[in-house]
Structures are given as C-alpha cells and as structure tokens.
Design a protein around this ligand. Sequence first.
Ligand SMILES: *Cc1c(COP(=O)(O)O)cnc(C)c1O
Length: 390
Amino acid sequence: MRKEQYEFPLDDLISEDDFKKIKEFSRDKETPFLIIDLDKVEKRYDELVENMPFVKIYYAMKANPLDEVILSLKNKGSNFDAATIYEIDQLLRLGVEPERISYGNTIKKEKDVAYAYQKGIRMFATDSESDLRKIANNAPGSRVFFRLLTESDGADWPLSRKFGSHPDVIYELIILAHELGLEPYGLSFHVGSQQRDIGQWDNAISKCKYLFEAVALHGIKLQMINLGGGFPAKYISPANELETYAHEILRFIWEDFGEDHPEIIIEPGRSLTADAGMIVTEVIMISKKAKLNQYKWVYLDIGKFGGLIETLDECIKYPIYTECKGYEEEVILAGPTCDSMDILYEDHKYVFPDTLNEGERLYIFTTGAYTQSYSSVSFNGFPPLKAYVV
Ligand SMILES: *Cc1c(COP(=O)(O)O)cnc(C)c1O
C-alpha cells in the first residue's frame, strides 16, 4: 500500500490567522483546556436569525452554560431554555428577565416548579399527567407546552424514548391542562441532536398539525410550535448547511399550516456553541499492545470523563488536528483515566502522521457544546475541564 502524506482540512474549520492566535494564546497553558470564541457564538446566532427570521430563539443552555456565553446571547436578544432551578438561578443572576426563560425539563420536583413560579417563570414544558398536576398546583395559570415523542432516526446523538409522549396521551393532557386552569400554549418536540435527516421535522410538524386540529374541536386554540434543537455543527460526518435546514423546515410549516402559521420557537444548543470551541490536548503516551498489532494506542490527557462523553458509541466524531508532518497512520485514541470505557475512537480509525510523538499537542475542533459541562469533578483526581473565553 502506498503511503500518503498526512493532510487535514484546517481551512474548512478555522482561518490561518485565527489558528495562529489560538496557538499563541494557548502556548504557556497547561493542557487540557477548552477555548471558546465568543465572536463565533454570536456569528452562529446571527446566522440563525438571518435564516429563520420567523422564529423565537430559546438557547438550550445545557450545551454550554458559561456565564460569558449566556451574557453574549442575552445581549443578542436570545431567550433561554432552562432545565433546572440552578440554571434558572444562573440566568436570573446574569440579569435575564423571567419572561425570557422557559422551564423546559419535563422531569421536575413539585418544589422546583413552585420555586420557578415564585421567581416569575410562566412557561413550562410537560409530557405527563403527574408533571402537569405539579404545574397546575404550583404555577397556576402558566403557559404549558406539551412534548411529543419522536424517534430520533438520523440523529448522531439521539434524545428519544425518555422524553415526550404519544399524541394520544398529549391530546388528553391538553384538555386536562385547560380544565386545571393552565394555558395550553403549544407543542414541542426534539428530533435528536445533530440531526442529519431534515425530514424528521416534517414528521413531527405533521403530528402537531393533527393535534392542533383535534383540540380545536374542544375550543382550545394552541398558539405555538417548539421545533427543539437538532441543528448541525461541523463534525467529521458532513451535514447540510443551516440554510437548507431553515428552508426545508419553513416549507414543512407552510405545507401544514399555511402562511398564517403559529408562533415558532427553536431551542438550539449545539449549533450555537459547538463550532465556537476548541480543546487543546496533549499526547501522554503511545504504545502497542502486541508486537504484531496493526494499530498503536494513542493516549490523550482528555477522555470521556474530561469532557468528551459524546464519543460514547463513537456518536460524535470531532475533527482532530496536529501540526506534525509525516505519512498517514491509523490509530486508536483513548483517554487518560483508569476506566476501560475511556476509549474515544476504536472502530473509526483516526489518521495522524506516523511521526506523532508523546508531548505533541492535538487540537480538537467543534468542542464548544456538551464538553465542559459534562466533565467529571475529580474522577481519578483529574480536575474538571478548564475553559478560556476569548
Ligand atoms: C438538549 C436540548 C436542546 C438542544 O439540542 P441541540 O441538538 O443541542 O440543539 C433543545 N431542547 C431540549 C428540550 C433539549 O433537551
């Protein structure tokens, strides 16, 4: 087999200038760490607004809850989807008005509903009778939106099964909400994160149409559809451009609802922050398990517990770059902890130059979402992932 020189499409991910700046910034810092470029978060936000001017954005803050990220999106005019009272407290501390916050988790303690209500939150997601009654008892008169079950086919990081209910159940919940004095406001769904199949929104929007009509027969007029997240970031496997998503989704809405469609909300997390992040890591060790093994093991100072949990089942494949030069060589990538599940990529073989050495830095792109907030507190004593905002 002829050997090829290692090449990496750096230009697709970052400009030469920006990469130089990042290298300069990170030179004297101990790895691993995450760098978040706030300009890029803002740029992604602007792109969303430009492509989907008809929607109201609720940032799903679990993707990246850094204060700086929240503040810059707040200044851009974003609303926020919070999952817990802790996220709500953080938003309020940063001066986000309660009218701009939805409590989007369908799994809530009674006292947390009461707390949110007391703080001024008036919009809640639900998907069960138990939760709906907690809302009715502790957040009287609030707006409620109902989460539909979706299959998540086509998503790299599925969010299926656990959330949402079948339309039959939702139909009854909507009527019950009305009876309990709440305002049945709309429907929501999440087609799965990093969803590559835009048709999944079509299926879900059709279900919404059916429910809008079914409850209208009871005199209940729903006013909103929450299209969730699922919008793409730039990982190794290609996805369509945001523009294509926006164009297609708008077409689905028009087909079902016409131009006089309900209010549309989206809850982007990954698509706003992933591309704005880069993790800088270092090769700790390179080894071979047996003399004749074909693949080297390359151990990094970051792994599943240090922030790369989305490599579970190799779901999310981050672009990883090194400045070494040499012939291409396929390797197995693993993390530094003493847990055997801390292997990053074994099936999918990453290619690096055969000159890659211990101590060399690797740059992991598209790591601004679902990394730092997932990193463990001190498993094996490793501190949680550091982040720098530039
Ligand atoms: C996580 C989550 C999101 C964000 O999804 P992305 O695919 O990261 O954009 C949106 N809505 C809800 C309810 C979520 O749980």
